[in-house]
Design a protein around this ligand. Structure first.
Ligand code: PEP
Ligand code: MG
Length: 590
């Protein structure tokens, strides 16, 4: 039966495909496809994890047997028996093998997928006692996952080809069955590093239960240029493995088990979007200049060094934001050293072939966990030890990163960008650690290059003390995603307050307008690198406010360029002041 689920539209387009479910787990597990040659090793990892838990439970049983009924109540013994029985259950064991062998899921993914399959069966049981055994099943699965964490195999994201060969039976395809089956990912939650694993083009679309429009998971989906819906609340419970699903990334709607008529309609929409892209691609070599001759710089936001090639292909004249934290995420305590970082930055710099690359120092924390013990639990992670605060809390780690960036500057034009600064003493510490990194490279006789130093304006406090920032920095870049989050006190990753996340709120626009105007007046370079820069509904407003440097995902660049080519800044400047003076700016933007 066809039904629709509503969420937040985060990445445009239409995807039609079979659902691949990533089940929620209380243990942070990686999801990736393995090579066929790794199947036996993955099955063995699960076996070893399971055996370790069986041994632990048997040991506990012995201890319990030696204690009297007063110290070890009968229920405890019964519980251990149930756990042992569940662990040895054929359906669990065989199911896990199935996902590994047939779908090439990594061991953890296979285990959590099978847990989900069995948990749904428990949910449907009449008997309350049996229904409650679901919790036991979750507990033992978690134990096995934890036992496996010590024996994790390296992450090897592989192509879709192998999956397709082993994919679902294609006989009953509603679409043209001469084509491969596209896959869409449905998950309760995906970390940005999970998304990165899938960046190899395995999936045609994403849906998550949680997340806001500018959560980092949504940002990565946008950078992959595939339709995505987040904040779809119960999608991962309502959609079943292999269901046919349409993701309408423009409307934020997920249609499950679509009828042939709906499928035909969306097939048409897909083709229209394809044609539109074709038309836009003609703008690739057109200079980005407004009708009245104002040159506008279009820069790329990237997550990995390999994205530099995508940026170049989209016509970017540099990288305005390299989110270096993606090198640090999902590493489970094993953070990248200087050499690994240097090689990564160097690849990005060389990849841009002489164009500038702005490398932002690590911005982990909040919705970008590094994985492992460094992720402490904070009550309010977005207000906690994030970004530059995290770096300054571990100067040795920070210097390692600074040395790596400075070394990469020997291979091309590099700017260093510091996230989340708000205090003068943070600025001073940062500047002095950069000096220290240079001095240590001098001492070691290691080559490095000159860099421009920039700060992100993403905390209202920073936007309100611009003169101080301009004294210490060569350029500024406005991180509107966080500037909105912190100005309006809206958690950007929380879908329950997503309706309050408003880029056109007068307070946000005033902070943004002041920052641009002050920089322009002082002759300092200023860019916007938050999602506002790639939103075509806001291009004219930003131009009217005086912005001439936009940094965005390569996928958004041509649509923004189209807006620029149609703009006349002499008229927009007057209009932008009207918008700024309005109580309801959004009314003037329609
Ligand atoms: C921002 O906050 O706007 C920004 C670009 O940084 P991030 O989205 O990575 O926090
Ligand atoms: Mg930010």
């Amino acid at each position: 039966m066809t039904f629709a689920i509503h969420g937040l539209a985060v990445a445009r387009g239409v995807a039609i495909g079979r659902a691949v479910l990533v089940a929620a787990s209380r243990v942070d597990v990686a999801h990736y496809f393995i090579e066929a040659s790794q199947v036996d090793a993955e099955i063995d990892r699960v076996r070893r994890g399971r055996n370790a838990v069986v041994e632990e439970l048997v040991r506990l049983q012995d201890t319990v047997a030696q204690l009297g009924p007063k110290d070890a109540p009968h229920e405890l013994k019964a519980l251990l028996d149930v756990h042992l029985m569940l662990l040895q259950d054929e359906e669990l064991v065989e199911g896990v093998k199935h996902w590994i062998k047939e779908r090439l899921y990594n061991a953890e993914w296979a285990l959590t997928t099978q847990l989900e399959v069995i948990a749904r069966q428990f949910d449907e049981m009449e008997d309350e006692y049996l229904r409650e055994r679901k919790t036991d099943l979750e507990q033992i699965t978690e134990k096995v996952l934890r036992a496996m964490q010590g024996v994790a195999s390296p992450v090897v994201p592989s192509g879709q080809e192998k999956y397709r060969k082993r994919g679902p039976d294609q006989q009953d395809l509603l679409l043209d069955d001469t084509v491969d089956v596209p896959l869409v990912l449905i998950a309760h939650e995906l970390t940005p590093s999970d998304m990165l694993q899938f960046k190899q083009g395995v999936f045609a679309g994403f849906v998550t239960d949680v997340g806001g429009k500018t959560s980092h998971t949504a940002i990565v989906a946008r950078s992959m240029d595939i339709p995505a819906v987040v904040g779809a609340r119960t999608a991962s419970q309502l959609v079943r493995q292999d269901d046919w699903v349409i993701i309408d990334g423009d409307a934020g709607v997920v249609i499950v088990d679509p009828s042939p008529i709906i499928l035909a309609e969306y097939g048409f929409k897909q083709r229209q979007l394809h044609l539109e892209r074709g038309r836009l691609s003609r703008l690739l070599n057109t200079p980005s200049v407004t009708l009245d001759g104002e040159k506008v710089e279009l820069l790329a936001n990237i997550e990995m060094p390999e994205d530099a090639a995508v940026a170049l292909r989209a016509g970017a004249v540099g990288v305005g934001l390299f989110r270096s934290e993606f090198l640090f995420m999902g590493r489970y305590g094993n953070l990248p050293g200087e050499e690994e970082q240097y090689q990564a930055y160097r690849r990005a710099v060389e990849g841009m072939q002489g164009l500038p690359v702005t490398i932002r120092t690590v911005d982990v924390g909040a919705d970008k966990p590094v994985g492992g013990p460094k992720d402490e639990q904070y009550l309010n992670p977005a207000l906690g030890l994030r970004a530059i605060r995290w770096s300054l809390a571990d100067p040795a780690m920070f210097i390692t990163q600074l040395r790596a960036i400075l070394r990469s500057a020997a291979h091309g034009k590099v700017n260093i960008l510091i996230p989340m600064l708000a205090h003068l003493n943070e600025i001073r510490q940062t500047v002095s650690l950069i000096d220290e990194a240079r001095a240590s490279l001098d001492r070691d006789g290691v080559a490095y290059g000159p860099v421009q130093l920039g700060a992100m304006i993403e905390i209202p406090a920073a936007a309100l003390m611009l003169k101080t920032f301009l004294k210490y920095f060569d350029f500024l870049s406005v991180g509107t995603n966080d500037l909105i989050q912190y100005t309006l006190a809206i958690d950007r990753a929380d879908q329950s307050v997503a309706h309050l996340y408003d880029p056109t709120h007068p307070a946000v626009l005033h902070l943004l307008a002041d920052t641009i105007a002050t920089c322009n007046a002082m002759g300092k370079h200023v860019a916007v690198c938050g999602e506002m820069a790639g939103d075509t509904a806001l291009t004219k407003l930003l131009l009217g406010l005086g912005l001439r440097s936009f940094s965005m995902h390569p996928a958004q660049m041509l649509s923004v360029k189209q807006e620029i080519l149609r703009a006349d800044t002499s008229k927009l400047t007057v209009w932008a002041q009207e918008v700024l003076a309005s109580e309801e700016p959004s009314q003037l933007l329609q």
